[in-house]
Design a protein around this ligand. Sequence first.
Ligand code: ZN
Length: 308
Amino acid sequence: MVIKILGSAAGGGFPQWNCNCRNCSRFRQGRVRSSARTQTQIAFSPDNQTWFLVGASPDLRSQILCSRALSPRAGDTSSPIAGIFLPSAEVDAVMGLLHLREFQRFVVYATAAVQDMLKAENRIFQVLSRGNPPVEWRTLSSKGRVGCYFSDDPGASFVCDTIPLSNSFPDYVGFKFRGVEGTNEASVGFLFGIAGKSFLVAPSLSNVDGFRHTAALSADLMLIDGTFWSDDELRRTGRSNKTAREMGHLPLSGPGGLLARFPRDVPGRRILIHINNTNPILDEDSEEHRVVRDAGFEIAYDGLEIRL
Ligand SMILES: [Zn+2]
């Protein structure tokens, strides 16, 4: 199995077009040791032929063009991308669907709540049904498992467990809608199991209880929410009045933060992803960067490739 990190930043990327925080301004001036990052996008292939995406970032078109494996192969009439798993209906997780509207059949896996948010609140996504056959939607339960077959070979399959992670809704969703939908389906993580190996994707983690008692903690690879260093990071940088927790993200630091609460005996590789441009861990010379590395976490960057 191959996993590619096509993008590793939170919404806005790094640097962000309108942000003059310490990270963004120093990056533009060439005064910080760091890498530019596009918005979080993961791709994986069980067989190095057929590819699946996790999320559909606003940068998806350029991310696909930068990866030869995701381009149509000689003799093929369509892309090797067969399906997309949507962890939420947040703008930076779904906007890329509009880049994929070019008359190709693929499967979108999402909870009923995520599908409703896209279909009922956003008519623009109806362009996905222009193909013949149109894009196919498959409904995930927030605590269920699906088997995915990716070729005519009956052995070519993997399983996906869905894990409820956060009850945070996108800003654009109306109040009336929030009252109706089951809150444990708004944002989910995925545990993919392929040929005895597994990896977890949890880009929006509001607490660590969500996957503490599941097989997730024994995964060979964990791609985990590294959005914010501190709870009040956006307030202190003047970007927003919301805290990290109010946005559905457990901060890395602090007594109740991810670093303090994450189980010590996790065997697999742990990589922080969905990193906001204000997060000081992006500065490779910072104390915060050193602290997360010393705690056993890696920091995702665009172009990172992992083989399991
Ligand atoms: Zn910034």
